[in-house]
Design a protein around this ligand. Structure first.
Ligand code: HEM
Length: 501
């Protein structure tokens, strides 16, 4: 009898065990928290320690990512050394990730950003401090007339200074970098400091030139190596150079800030910097000593606005002039349209709707230049996105170039083709995959200002000059290669600005 009971007990135990196993198996296969949700995004097989680094083209890492996107789809993983990065590609995936929720709005804490003490301000910060600084900068941009009449006047005035400098070149070949960067930088200086600088002001020149160098160094292969293996590669010359350049730059900006602080008049706000100082004083006077309006946020926000507002826009504009020299028939068509619609009058923002071809050319310059091909964000929490599990704090690379060069979206993706933005009747047409400023809660805050600058500088220059290759260089020989940096920029080159008036 006892043996019988033992047998029954044993068989019940086996049945219970089996049953539990089957339930667990079913849960594993079908329950959302165990099964498919934990699926990691696919990607190339990583080698120990170096991951997929050998596969990445150091001169154009975004191009390799673009190739991997074609193979692995819109959500995939690459290993940059020991670091796992999830890449989001294609305009639909990018929009659904960035527009619909805030999960991917944080920024990764890169070693070089910590070294440079740039984790405050707007561009590299996260959380409440980022939200407050971004909101404050955006509100100030809007109040200062971003995208409105006040800025239109400033840009028109600045383009006149630029035209004067180019006239002094008397049609001889010159490097476009400095005059164009100084003109563009003056627009952001007017917003931040409340005044422009002369192009021969040594302090101003060295600030703008240094920012350009820093941006180039930030995206250099050496710095990428350092960010992936900070302990091994902290000795690299590029890092040392960047640290020195960046701190020298910071010192200059601190001096400028000090000057404005000493002459601050709360009744007469000159720009963003004054506005910040006034807010800081108000909060301190009300006893709030723990606000986000502190010295670090002030300095880094100023550095951010200066750098982000200068290099991207000036590189795009310079690339546009290079493209005009390369494709004179397109330059001709822009000039014919400008002459027909505005004649020799100053072009105004309001004219844009009557200049569809010119508008299409400027959009195509931005698409083709692709100056910010990839931005690095970070997951702020565990998330399942398009069926793939992404762990909190995983770096997430947003491959904007995959939208701007998507072969399914653009008829001639790798050709400079203004028709991308024109319908059959020659009217301007918007395109969904046009995302040079990114999108969602982290999108560029200077979009309207940059668009206005590109339009007014470009049209004013083309009204006054024909851009051609230097003597002895054919149009075919002009090199359109872009150099990798934190943002892309054209290779050093010279052009001639032949006066038309
Ligand atoms: C052609 C010109 C420009 C391009 C292509 C461009 C593009 C971008 C892109 C792609 C981002 C990153 C968005 C992301 O992380 O998802 C960005 C961020 C930013 N841009 Fe621009 N930008 C341009 C001009 C400007 C200008 C003129 C300003 C000056 C106000 C500016 C200020 C910023 C700032 C402060 C951020 C950081 C926003 C944040 O992290 O919340 N940009 N820009």
């Amino acid at each position: 009898m006892a043996a019988m009971e033992d047998l029954l007990l044993q068989s019940t135990n086996t049945t219970t065990l089996l049953g539990t196993f089957v339930i667990l198996l079913l849960l594993y296969l079908f329950a959302p928290s165990f099964g498919p949700q934990r699926r990691e995004p696919p990607g190339p097989w990583p080698l120990p320690l170096i991951g997929n680094l050998l596969q990445l083209d150091p001169k154009s890492p975004h191009s390799t990512l673009h190739e991997l996107h074609k193979k692995y789809g819109p959500v995939f993983t690459v290993h940059l050394g020991p670091k796992k990065v999830v890449v989001l590609a294609g305009h639909k995936t990018i929009k659904s990730a960035l527009v619909n929720h805030d999960t991917f709005a944080d920024k990764e804490n890169l070693p070089i950003i910590n070294d440079l003490k740039l984790a405050h301000g707007i561009v590299f910060s996260s959380g409440d401090s980022w939200k407050e600084m971004r909101h404050f900068a955006l509100t100030n941009l809007k109040q200062s007339g971003m995208g409105k009449r006040e800025n239109e006047e400033k840009i028109i005035e600045e383009s006149q200074y630029l035209i004067d400098v180019l006239k002094q070149k008397e049609g001889k070949a010159f490097d476009t970098t400095q005059p164009v960067s100084y003109a563009v930088s003056n627009i952001i200086c007017s917003f931040v400091y409340g005044n422009r600088f002369e192009y021969d002001d040594q302090e101003f020149r060295s600030m703008v030139d240094q920012v350009k160098k820093n941006i180039q160094l930030m995206g250099s292969p050496s710095l990428q190596l350092y960010n992936n293996y900070p302990r091994l590669f902290s000795w690299l010359g590029a890092r040392k150079q960047l640290m020195e350049g960046s701190f020298a730059n910071r010192k200059q900006m601190t001096e400028l800030i000090k000057g404005l602080q000493e002459t601050l008049n709360p009744q007469m706000c000159r720009g963003f910097l004054d506005s910040f100082l006034i807010r800081k004083r108000q909060l301190e006077a009300s006893g709030n000593m723990n606000s986000h309006y502190h010295e670090d946020n002030l300095q880094v926000s100023v550095v951010n606005l200066f750098a982000a507002g200068t290099d991207t826009t000036s590189s795009t504009l310079r690339y546009g002039l290079l493209l005009m020299a390369k494709y004179p028939e397109i330059q001709d068509q822009v000039q014919v349209e400008l002459a027909r619609v505005v004649g020799s009058c100053q072009v105004r923002v309001g004219d844009r709707k009557n200049l569809p071809y010119t508008d299409a050319v400027i959009h195509e310059i931005q698409r083709f230049a692709n100056v910010v091909p990839v931005v690095l964000h970070c997951a702020s929490r565990d998330v399942t996105f398009q069926g793939y599990f992404i762990k909190k704090e995983t770096p997430v690379a947003i491959l904007l170039s995959s939208a701007l060069q998507d072969e399914d979206e653009w008829e001639k993706s790798y050709t400079f083709n203004p028709a991308h933005f024109l319908d059959e009747e020659g009217n301007f047409r918007k395109r969904d995959a046009f995302l040079p400023f990114s999108t969602g809660s982290r999108a560029c805050i200077g979009e309207s200002l940059a668009k206005m600058e590109l339009f007014l500088f470009f049209t004013s220059l083309l009204q006054h000059f024909c851009f051609t290759p230097p003597p002895g260089v054919t149009e075919d020989e002009l090199d359109l290669t872009l150099v990798v940096g934190f943002a892309l920029s054209p290779l050093p080159h010279e052009l001639c600005a032949i006066s038309r008036v």
